[in-house]
Design a protein around this ligand. Structure first.
Ligand SMILES: [Zn+2]
Length: 217
């Protein structure tokens, strides 16, 4: 029986990753990593890494990898004894390589990568069903034509429009999918294929079964 302490969750935008992230942290008692929250905490504490990060955030620029990697490594070191869930990190192979290196130095490793592989057509359909009311701002996920609150006609959420979606999807495919290959080579990936629309609970149950099988192998 393998001991699984450090989990990574990977999935495309609108793959249902948020829901499954909550499921994983609740079920396996994992502390979720939020790089955004960590960066804000470092800045508030006025640490060296925080000051470095602030320069970029003030300029509305991406915080460079070495700063993010440093902050994540520090957090993992502080949480050596508890289970951790990395979601949204590592986002690129270079981040994954740096993460592996930092963990090795501390005598730790990524133990399992849960890969939520949702059919692209399914993701596209989900995006188009996310609507917003132009009048009162109510948002829905089930393709409602009429606002349930004020009765105005609903529109497809602008942040979910086809162009923005394509860009996020392309970033995921070019930057993050190679991270899955990186960990597959280490034999650490459990892949959950979602090919038809269903209940998130069913996906959670399949994830739990796959993790059990992985731990016992
Ligand atoms: Zn409305």
């Amino acid at each position: 029986m393998k001991t699984l302490k450090r989990f990574v969750l990977v999935g495309a935008p609108a793959s249902g990753k948020g829901t499954q992230s909550t499921f994983l942290s609740d079920t396996y008692n994992l502390k979720p990593l939020s790089t955004g929250a960590l960066l804000r905490a470092e800045i508030a504490a006025g640490s060296q890494l925080g000051l470095e990060a602030k320069k970029y955030m003030d300029a509305a620029m991406f915080v460079p990898d070495e700063v993010v990697n440093g902050i994540v490594a520090k957090w993992l070191g502080e949480n050596k004894d508890c289970g951790c869930l990395l979601d949204g990190y590592p986002r690129t192979v270079s981040q994954a390589e740096e993460l592996d290196k930092n963990l090795t130095t501390m005598g730790m490793a990524v133990d399992i990568v849960v890969y939520l592989n949702v059919l692209p057509e399914l993701i596209q359909a989900r995006m188009l069903k996310r609507k917003a009311c132009p009048k009162c701002g109510t948002t829905t996920r089930n393709g409602e034509e009429i606002c349930p609150k004020c009765g105005a006609g609903m529109i497809v959420r602008t942040d979910d429009n086809a162009e923005a979606f394509a860009k996020r999807m392309k970033d995921y495919e070019t930057l993050t999918v190679p991270v899955i290959d990186h960990y597959a080579k280490q034999g650490k990936v459990v892949q959950i294929d979602v090919v038809e629309e269903g209940e998130p609970e069913d996906v959670s149950a399949r994830i739990a079964a796959a993790i059990r099988e992985f731990a016992e192998a």
